[in-house]
Design a protein around this ligand. Sequence first.
Ligand code: IDP
Ligand code: MG
Length: 139
Amino acid sequence: MALERTFAIIKPNAVRNGHVGEIFSAIEREGFTIHGLRMVQLNKELIKGFYIDHIHKGFYGELEAFMLEGPVILMVLEGENVIARWREIMGATNPTQAEFGTLRRKYGEDVTKNAVHGSDAPATAEREVHYFFSAFDLV
Ligand code: IDP
Ligand code: MG
């Protein structure tokens, strides 16, 4: 087991719907620690760079419009095996297919408005953490 860091987002619908506290509680319950934390309103350029692998997909327009809907919370989480474990706690991309009790099942509205993001692999986590956080912002 390795102590890892991952990048997570509380997406606009979860912020708007008042689920920030419950998501922080889930993070703390799991024993993960928060090493970076920022609330921001994203713009098109930032979203495009972040979701660079998806920009040619049919759903990109919808994804971009959603991520512009309001402020998001950006986080760097640390824990044993946190990359895979945070993905497990989030649940499947489509909330209707996510396991009961997962964050996406509880707070997601549809496949786009799925409440939370988590990096999918170590290399992705490394890129995503440094896309939004400088070394100075991390504790
Ligand atoms: P992930 O967030 O579970 O890793 P990805 O396939 O990387 O899923 O997709 C990134 C984000 O794009 C999803 O979290 C979701 O918000 C949105 N998305 C993914 N697939 C679809 C789709 O088929 N239709 C609409 N939006 C989608
Ligand atoms: Mg992904």
